[in-house]
Design a protein around this ligand. Structure first.
Ligand SMILES: O=C(O)CCC(=O)C(=O)O
Length: 373
């Protein structure tokens, strides 16, 4: 420390000027703090050089807080780089799932460039009646591009009669794990295990019917209903799956969502691609691409912390830089939700949805956790 201080002395100036320390002494203070000296040690040195203690303290505080700010900025920049690298790797790995000799993009960097120019350039999510497997995998799955399929699941005649009342009639006595008391917990989705209770399907549907519009009760994906008989029998009744799903691989790959109007799943991303099928009622989804810089910056685990439905200026309002897509799904429509895409889901009516992850292409990206960095 004193050798550095000598450098200040070499300049031949007194350390204190009228309004503050001379520049070379400020540099000395910064170097001493960066080198590990404590503020009291630096203060003692300055005072020994004749700097008034109050002036020395003020200068040290200012320099120490600037150093702290720079360190935080450096940390932030490095976390952002790591998060962006995860997005690049995700898009690169997804691109490699294309069933073609030439995948859509050959490198992750090209993938993100093409992805950013693709889905984000249109204002709405494309809607098509149905897709052949090859077209679906090449132009949507491998391209990380959402699409609404308007007719694909209309071909499920057995499913067309599903409603909350139908579930009560068929599975009334079956115990199911549902979430309750969500309305008083701002972090209800993250805290799903703490809100989980078991009751009969019949009692739950009674609650849905009594609830009107409510986010307080919801049977969410993290339930075992479709893994265990008799509810799992429904999987055998899903005839004529789209050609890009594996009909032989359903158990553990299909999740049931059942609730009243008003249920809201907050903005989050998943670690697999999803075919989100609206079986009964209507839902509104807000979607944002994984490469949205301002969402990546604020991500916490799988959640974004922003609310696309919050009015501008509200605490959780979306950053204005972020492009938000809005999709309404009616019964019989399905949305392809690419892995990593942020989505928030609101039930506009009492609703039943099924989400599928059994695509006939690699679909596990558990490592994708930018918000955990
Ligand atoms: O329907 C919902 O409430 C949420 C669906 C969802 O987030 C999903 O399938 O990943």
């Amino acid at each position: 420390m004193s050798r550095d201080r000598d450098r200040g002395r070499d300049k031949g100036r007194t350390p204190a000027r009228e309004r503050g320390l001379a520049e070379e002494w400020r540099i000395w203070v910064a170097e001493a703090l960066l080198g590990g000296a404590t503020a009291p040690e630096v203060l003692a040195e300055l005072v020994a050089e004749g700097v008034p203690p109050r002036l020395a303290t003020r200068e040290i505080d200012t320099i120490a807080s600037t150093i702290g700010l720079l360190r935080r900025m450096q940390r932030h920049a490095s976390v952002h780089t790591q998060r962006r690298d995860q997005v690049l790797r995700l898009l690169g790995e997804v691109a490699m799932t294309a069933n073609a000799e030439h995948p859509p993009w050959s490198t992750p960097a090209a993938a993100i460039a093409a992805g950013a120019a693709g889905p984000a350039s249109g204002a709405v999510i494309e809607r098509v009646p149905s897709l052949e497997a090859d077209t679906f995998f090449r132009h949507y799955y491998a391209a990380s591009r959402p699409v609404v399929l308007t007719d694909t699941i209309r071909r499920w005649p057995q499913v067309a009669m599903w409603s909350p009342a139908w579930f009560r009639q068929r599975f009334g006595e079956v115990p199911v794990a549902v979430t309750m008391d969500r309305a008083t917990d701002p972090d209800y989705d993250r805290n799903t295990p703490a809100h989980t209770r078991t009751m009969t399907m019949g009692a739950f549907v009674d609650l849905i019917e009594a609830a009107g519009t409510s986010n307080d009760i919801y049977l969410v994906a993290r339930n075992e209903a479709l893994r265990t008989p008799p509810v799992s029998e429904l999987l055998g009744e899903l005839a004529d799956l789209p050609p890009f799903l594996r009909a032989d691989h359903l158990v553990g790959c299909v999740s049931l969502w059942l609730g009243p109007a008003g249920t809201r799943t907050p903005l989050h991303h998943d670690t697999s691609n999803i075919l989100f099928c609206q079986i009964h009622g209507q839902k509104r989804l807000h979607l944002c691409a994984p490469w949205e810089r301002d969402l990546l910056a604020d991500a916490r685990d799988m959640y974004s912390g922003h609310d696309p439905e919050a009015p501008p200026g509200a605490a959780r309002a979306m950053p204005s830089s972020v492009r938000v897509y809005e999709v309404e799904l009616s019964a019989g429509e399905a949305l392809f939700l690419p892995v990593g895409w942020w989505h928030q889901v609101l039930a506009l009516t009492p609703s039943i949805s099924l989400s599928f992850t059994n695509f006939a292409r690699p679909n596990r990206f558990d490592w994708y956790t930018p918000g955990a960095l």
